[in-house]
Design a protein around this ligand. Structure first.
Ligand code: SF4
Length: 316
């Protein structure tokens, strides 16, 4: 969806759009924008994708590598934090660029996809490091063509990887990407777990529901991860409605992430003590299958832990 069309509804953004776009692209799909309430200046779906002046100034706690990916990257396009799992960045491109994204400092630019030699090295590392599980990430791994995605999964399998996880927001941001050919190709290469990313129940429009149903009906396990975001879902009623809506769609709420403090996303950060209180209130109201874990990925690169354990560690 083009800038002029969005600016017709949000003219006040004209002043920050170009500067924010240079730091981290501004892109919105038509499907996503159709779910935005244009009359609501604080609409939680608009807030996730539209640039804001707060992105352009420094804030206390800003980090360029908030989850320690760089210190855990043995070769470009690979992150390796745990012996049994390895993460591959298939691309830096996404269908929508979420303004809070912890990888926003990895903004696409000249090198938005690995060149063939870099990809060969990344795959050689992934299949030679002893991991049994590979996580396909990005950017959005569904921003690449099916042929490349399937070839990647096949190569990982041939290299001894037992389980593949596909971490994608495309079923939510660009649901038409979930074609019958994609679903059949993934199902034929199982076990492939699909981890989607929904933050607010209003993201679950009929086209998203249909995309999720295509994945689940094909036998692909589907999990959801959310990010706890100020002004979007830092409200227990919203979190409960989201968890219940996901379970109704046969999608298991998996993680609720503490927002990683990347440079540019200060407006979305929620105090973790408040996050713990929200998470406890959520758990008290939903069944076990609807309760995600509340986790943080600390800047030292040690990998995700429960926020309550992390807070206890920080005060020791
Ligand atoms: S789709 Fe995922 S990787 Fe892309 S900007 Fe949004 S959160 Fe970040």
């Amino acid at each position: 969806m083009g800038r002029p069309e969005v600016l017709r509804e949000r003219p006040a953004l004209a002043g920050v759009w170009a500067a924010a776009d240079r730091l981290f692209p501004v892109r919105v799909t038509r499907s996503w924008w159709a779910r935005v309430d244009a009359a609501d200046a604080d609409d939680p779906l608009a807030r996730q994708v539209l640039p804001a002046a707060s992105e352009l100034v420094a804030h206390a706690g800003d980090l360029d590598d908030p989850v320690g990916d760089r210190v855990r990257s043995p070769v470009p396009w690979v992150v390796h934090k745990h012996p049994d799992r390895v993460l591959l960045l298939l691309t830096k491109r996404c269908h929508v660029y979420c303004r809070y994204c912890f990888r926003r400092t990895l903004a696409p630019g000249e090198h938005e996809d690995p060149d063939p030699e870099a990809w060969r090295r990344a795959m050689a590392y992934a299949t030679g490091c002893g991991a049994r599980e590979a996580i396909l990430s990005g950017g959005d791994p569904l921003a690449v063509r099916d042929a490349h995605l399937f070839d990647t999964i096949d190569t990982l399998r041939d290299g001894g990887i037992k389980v593949v996880r596909l971490h994608s927001r495309a079923p939510v941001t660009y649901p038409r990407r979930v074609t019958d050919a994609l679903v059949a190709g993934l199902a034929a290469r199982g076990p492939v777990w699909v981890v989607v990313h929904v933050n607010h129940p209003r993201e679950l429009s009929p086209d998203v529901d249909a995309a999720l149903a295509r994945l689940v009906d094909a036998g692909l396990p589907v999990l959801n991860q959310s990010v706890l975001l100020a002004g979007v879902n830092d409200d227990v009623d919203v979190l409960v409605a989201l968890s219940e809506a996901l379970v109704e769609r046969r999608v298991r709420p998996y993680y609720l992430h503490q927002t990683d403090a990347v440079t540019g996303n200060a407006a979305f950060r929620v105090d973790p003590h408040r996050g713990v209180a929200l998470h406890r209130a959520l758990r008290a109201r939903v069944s076990g299958i609807a309760a995600p874990r509340y986790v943080v990925d600390p800047p030292d690169g040690s990998g995700k832990i429960d926020v309550e354990d992390w807070l206890a560690r920080c005060t020791r």
